[in-house]
Design a protein. Structure first.
Length: 278
């Protein structure tokens, strides 16, 4: 399994001491976090535990240098203070975080960080989530892990474990996304359309204008109204982007004529008309 650059070694309890240190087979369900009551290293902690016959034992000790395993995870340890049948002692893996007695010990911060790495490694090994992490205090009420509790950092410690667990899972630590103010949905722009309608009036040109057989510049030119000339019309067409056209039926040919009287933009007249209307 990945070790997050944490040095991991084993110094396992000898079989002759199983009856004292880890007498029961165990299927672990939790990871329990402790702080030692001294400033000793992980090596010193494990060496002391293995060298005596006290019914005090734990699976791991971790410091600023390494994590040392003393008991296999399939055996219990006496570390939670909840008795011979307690869940802490019989179903949890105990981790002692070292260098924790003296506030401000320069080795403690790294020891705690390595403890978070070790906890994450174990959670990942078993496919567990952060909900499997417990304090010694949760099992027996003892004020432990005392340094983490004194620092008011239990949730912060769990946060570090979670971050390392996500790293082991190949995921990024979730970053809160900034709250975005919903932007108002823009109303769809009203599309201008060509308008054509009946209207009777008289148009007098103020400049020379060609008239055509269709209301577009591709229409064939049929003639011109010169400046000052007037024409009666009965229809108007307004282009989206083009011209305002007036139309009439030629008295001599019976053919409908179309003449621009000014420019349009977005369906409205743009600029001055090229004549006057009555």
């Amino acid at each position: 399994m990945s070790n997050l650059d944490l040095k991991i070694v084993q110094m396992l309890v000898p079989g002759a001491k199983y009856g004292v240190k880890c007498p029961y087979a165990m299927v672990p369900e939790f990871v329990t976090i402790h702080n030692t009551a001294n400033n000793a290293s992980a090596l010193a902690e494990i060496s002391y535990m293995l060298g005596n016959l006290d019914e005090v034992s734990y699976h791991w000790a971790v410091d600023d240098v390494q994590a040392i395993q003393a008991i296999e995870h399939n055996r219990n340890g006496w570390h939670s203070g909840d008795g011979g049948k307690g869940t802490g002692n019989r179903k949890s893996i105990g981790i002692e975080i070292c260098h924790s007695l003296t506030p401000g010990n320069p080795k403690y911060a790294k020891s705690e960080d390595n403890g978070a790495k070790l906890a994450a490694i174990i959670l990942h090994q078993y496919g567990w989530g952060i909900d499997r992490i417990r304090k010694h205090q949760d099992w027996s009420g003892k004020y432990c892990p005392h340094r983490i509790l004194d620092n008011g950092n239990w949730e912060g410690f769990k946060g570090k474990v979670q971050a390392y667990l996500l790293q082991l899972q190949g995921k990024q630590t979730p970053t809160p996304k900034p709250v975005e103010t919903p932007k108002p949905t823009p109303k769809p722009a009203q599309t201008a359309t060509v308008r054509e309608y009946a209207e009777n009036g008289t148009f007098t040109a103020t400049e020379d204008i060609y008239f055509r057989n269709e209301p577009n510049l591709n229409g064939k030119t049929q003639g011109m109204y010169y400046k000052g000339e007037s024409v009666k019309y009965d229809r108007v067409r307004i282009d989206v982007n083009g011209f305002v056209w007036i139309s009439w039926v030629s008295a001599s040919t019976g053919i409908r004529r179309w003449m621009p009287t000014g420019e349009t933009k977005n369906g409205k007249r743009s600029g001055s008309a090229w004549g006057t209307f009555k």
